[in-house]
Design a protein around this ligand. Structure first.
Ligand code: ACO
Length: 402
């Protein structure tokens, strides 16, 4: 605790907490994490039960509304989401303004932010109806934007949503259907995709969610706030980690080079870290990683992939790191991203789209957290303080005299 009086003559105290390691920025009823126990609950429901027994849209309803829906509530919610899956045709023109080799996350930040310029009936944050439509629009349209970013990058025509399909199925359809060919969505892969979406749906006040809340605290519209969250998620220490895991496994190349990389990860003079290892909150295991590991084996089994060299390296790396004193002492375990990259790769999702998929899933959490904040009567603009370490007050010196 720093005494602010010694710094600026003001009374009172503030805490100096770089990286907000020990600061709660808000009250929330959405997600509970016990990092020591490896526990993750959404509105009280354990993540493993939701991932294995529920579906993504139902979890989305739960995060937004606080309770699981009954049949009628679910049907209405599903109708509301599927109604909004199409993009304004003018928005589809944005994609062609980007270079084809643009990173899809750059495209996502741009197009989601641009939604503010199109949906004027959902930008008044003080109107509950606006907030509701904005939530539905974001959850419905972000997969369409993600799939269009992909199609543009590979030079294929956009595939419009099919509202007779489930949420994950429709996403796979928009990604992989091509004109003149029949594409049937594999139900095992659709289920796995749905599970990946559930596992990434919310994770309380992580960096991107805090970004969304901070942006929203100024009264910015929801589309601008979610675009800010996407920008934050892009970083390799956050959502970019699953992409970084695959790049790392490819760089390792063969099992006999694992030792070399583990050594580098422990060397404090080398910035290299084992991607997919460690978590700010989970210090025993990441409960999402356990389900993801199992799903990974199911998907590879369904696709008949027996000798996947990257999976082989991943499994050996996991074993070596889990037995290494450095990782044990620091409680560094595989996180959710360690396995998700391998599953997505096996499904044919290009590496550059991994973080985009994370953004599709997390949009639900961002929207729920944004709504909770806006609806909290005690909500204030977020305004952290700093510990100033710069020069003391001094007089300006003209340029000729410097
Ligand atoms: N490889 C090697 N060493 C590591 C790793 C790693 N992946 N992660 C942490 N460490 C070491 C640090 O060097 C530090 O060592 P020291 O005490 O000797 O200095 C110690 O473990 C603690 O690390 P911090 O950076 O203080 O931990 P923090 O909670 O700030 O970071 C983070 C968590 C960012 C996830 C980190 O573990 C990391 O960079 N992991 C790799 C990237 C990754 O997988 N990110 C995904 C996170 S999950 C998600 O976003 C869904």
């Amino acid at each position: 605790v720093i005494d602010i009086r010694t710094l600026g003559g003001k009374t009172g105290y503030f805490t100096f907490d770089p990286g907000f390691m020990a600061t709660a920025s808000c009250e929330s009823k959405i997600t509970f994490i016990d990092g020591d126990k490896g526990e993750l609950l959404h509105r009280g429901y354990p993540i493993d039960q939701l991932a294995t027994q529920s579906n993504f849209l139902e979890v989305a309803y739960l995060l937004l509304n606080g309770e699981l829906p009954n049949k009628d509530e679910y049907a209405t919610f599903e109708r509301n989401i599927t109604r909004h899956t199409m993009l304004h045709e003018q928005l589809t023109k944005f994609f062609t303004g980007f270079r084809r080799d643009a990173h899809p996350m750059a495209v996502m930040v741009g197009v989601v932010g641009a939604m503010s310029a199109f949906y004027h009936d959902s930008t008044d944050i003080n109107d509950p109806a606006h907030r509701m439509i904005a939530s539905h629009r974001l959850i419905a349209k972000v997969p369409t934007i993600a799939a269009m970013a992909y199609k543009y990058s590979v030079g294929q025509p956009f595939v419009y949503p099919r509202n007779d399909l489930g949420y994950a199925e429709n996403f796979l359809h928009m990604m992989f259907s091509v004109p003149c060919e029949t594409y049937e969505v594999n139900p095992v892969l659709a289920k796995a995709m749905d599970r990946i979406l559930i596992l990434h749906a919310d994770h309380e006040q992580n960096a991107s969610t805090s970004t969304v809340r901070l942006a929203g605290s100024s009264g910015a519209n929801p589309f601008a706030c979610i675009a800010a969250g996407i920008a934050c998620l892009w970083g390799p220490a956050h959502g970019g980690a699953n992409e970084a895991v695959i790049k790392m496994l490819e760089e390792i190349g063969s099992a006999d080079r694992i030792g070399e990389f583990v050594k580098r990860a422990k060397d404090k003079d080398d910035p290299f870290r084992l991607m997919g290892f460690g978590h700010r909150v989970y210090k025993n295991f990441d409960p999402r990683a356990t389900i993801m590991r199992q799903t990974c084996h199911e998907v590879l089994g369904e696709l008949g992939i027996k000798d996947e060299p990257l999976l082989d390296i991943a499994m050996k790396l996991e074993k070596i790191a889990l037995e290494d004193e450095y990782f044990v002492e620091r409680k560094l375990y595989p996180n959710v991203d360690f396995y998700s990259g391998i599953i997505l790769r096996a499904m044919g999702i290009p590496t550059s789209l991994f973080t985009v998929l994370f953004a599709v899933a997390r949009t639900v959490g961002w929207v729920a957290q944004w709504k909770e904040m806006i609806e909290d009567p005690t909500q204030k603009i977020g305004r952290p303080r700093q510990l100033y370490t710069g020069a003391a007050a001094r007089d300006y010196v003209a340029i000729n005299a410097r």
